[in-house]
Design a protein around this ligand. Structure first.
Ligand code: PAZ
Length: 361
């Protein structure tokens, strides 16, 4: 395959891309889970949102030791999923493995480790050698009870399906399958694409099979103690440096833009597609978000800057006002008891609780 996937027509790029990669091992299991989940909610005429969350990786080796990662903790996706659940949606949460999850995000990772919320109660007076029961500290009880109830409700009522991915190829396979499975939902389907998807990758046919080596492999390997050393350079692959160089030159192709295929082919008729655009340069954000909306003709692009993403987003829509800024008011930006900063969530924004950007009013 010599032509760049990015230069091909979307349908051709789709067939070339998906033929080159084996489907992820977990795909059949994920499809079965998703099919059952969707059938249940089709029968109940419930709206279903596919929330994508977290960053995709680009492996440098087929047997992957090194990979390039995309920034995203999963806060936007996990927070928004909670708001969607609150609004009565069933949520398929397609997320980067080990990134933040709805509800448990309040008590995970090192900044808000669940152990900091617990205490051991004093043992009963008549058996002082017994262990005290583990309890949530009194100051966290109300907030944790609230989170726990919502979590239990979502679980017991089959409202939340968690499906993990790691690489960009896994993400693409999962997205395509889920979108097609969601077809029976028609206009009850919503796509909320908050995942940070890699723009560049190494195509499978150019990828090194084994760990890329940083020093030359001796011609005669037998009885050579150099084999025990950490890094040995094989020099066989395009991603390898010229012999005697210590540099690793990585040559990446553009990832095909499958949003086109999602909107025009995979997603159900009448469904709504919302995508996100992340930038770091404020002067590019609106331009890039508008360009994405024009290119893919979907319903909404939500733009955000890396530095202000937790309290400020811009909505770019095909209809007036075309550009609308929303901010979490300063007073609500402070940390909650559980240590999570408040975030702009879609359902909240739609209910108009965000603040308009002063320059747009
Ligand atoms: O997961 P997080 O809360 O740390 O970050 C969210 C985000 C910035 C990845 C998301 O809001 C976003 O913009 N996603 C799309 C990224 C992109 O342009 O590919």
């Amino acid at each position: 395959m010599s032509a760049l996937l990015g230069d091909m027509e979307p349908a051709e790029a789709e067939s070339v891309y998906f033929n080159e990669y084996p489907p992820p091992k977990a795909l059949p299991k994920h499809e079965a889970l998703a099919r059952a989940f969707i059938d249940l909610h089709v029968a109940d005429n419930r709206r279903v949102v596919l929330v994508t969350s977290g960053g995709t990786t680009v492996p440098l080796e087929a047997q992957t030791v090194r990979f390039i990662d995309n920034f995203s903790a999963g806060t936007r996706g996990a927070t928004s999923a909670e708001y969607f659940l609150q609004e009565g949606y069933a949520v398929i949460f397609l997320h980067r493995q080990y990134s933040l999850l709805p509800y448990s995000r309040h008590y995970s990772h090192s900044t808000n480790c669940f152990l900091d919320f617990m205490d051991e109660a004093a043992p009963a007076a008549d058996s002082p050698n017994a262990h005290g029961s583990i309890q949530v500290r009194s100051e966290y009880q109300d907030e944790m009870r609230d989170v726990l109830r919502k979590y239990r409700y979502a679980k017991q009522n089959n409202r939340l399906l968690l499906l993990p991915f790691t690489t960009v190829a896994e993400y693409m396979f999962e997205l395509r399958s889920l979108a097609k499975l969601m077809r029976p939902l028609g206009p009850n389907a919503l796509f909320y694409l908050a995942a940070a998807v890699s723009d560049f990758f190494i195509p499978r046919h150019r990828m090194a099979e084994h760990k890329i080596q940083s020093s030359e492999i001796p011609a005669n390997l037998e009885n050579n103690s150099a084999l025990d050393s950490e890094e040995i350079y094989t020099g066989e692959n395009e991603t390898q440096p010229p012999k005697n160089s210590k540099k690793l030159v990585v040559n990446l192709d553009p990832v095909p833009k499958f949003l086109h295929r999602l909107v025009d082919g995979w997603a159900p008729e009448g469904s709504m597609v919302v995508s996100f655009k992340l930038e770091t340069d404020p002067s590019l954000l609106v331009y890039k978000a508008r360009t994405a909306l024009q290119r893919y003709s979907h319903h909404l692009v939500i733009g955000n800057l890396l530095s202000t993403r937790k309290w400020e987003v811009v909505f770019i829509t095909p209809d007036p006002p075309h550009e609308r800024w929303l901010r979490v008011p300063k007073a609500r930006r402070s940390k909650s008891i559980s240590g999570m900063e408040d975030q702009v969530g879609l359902a909240e924004i739609m209910k108009g609780k965000g603040e308009e950007h002063p320059s747009q009013m």
